[in-house]
Design a protein around this ligand. Structure first.
Ligand code: FES
Length: 105
């Protein structure tokens, strides 16, 4: 449920450094990553062929789709390696008290 445009997806401390949590919001799958400088969220649907991109290996800021190896920057959604050519959607993440929240207008 969205409160002032944000949805709580995890508690602070629940996602370890370099870790991720994959959640369902409405009928979409969203992955929240904890990077060195904060939390970032992308839609967990590869723009190449719909693969579960966030289930692949993460190296620094870069996630690799486990299906055919496309790579995306988790912070910006930008493609950094083919075969994908379109960016993945990103979402605003904020910390509110003990909650990690994703912007969900
Ligand atoms: S579905 Fe992700 S690289 Fe093909």
């Amino acid at each position: 449920m969205s409160v002032d445009g944000f949805v709580t997806v995890a508690k602070v401390g629940e996602i370890p450094p370099g870790g991720r949590k994959i959640v369902r919001i409405d009928d979409q799958t969203v992955a929240v990553f904890r990077l060195d400088d904060g939390y970032y969220a992308i839609e967990d649907v590869c723009t190449h062929d719909g693969g579960p991109v966030a289930e692949g290996p993460l190296e620094g800021d870069i996630i690799e789709c486990p299906r055919h190896g496309a790579k995306f920057n988790v912070k910006t959604g930008a493609v950094v390696a083919m075969p994908a050519t379109s960016p993945v959607p990103t979402y605003t993440v904020r910390i509110q008290g003990d909650d990690i929240q994703v912007g969900w207008a």
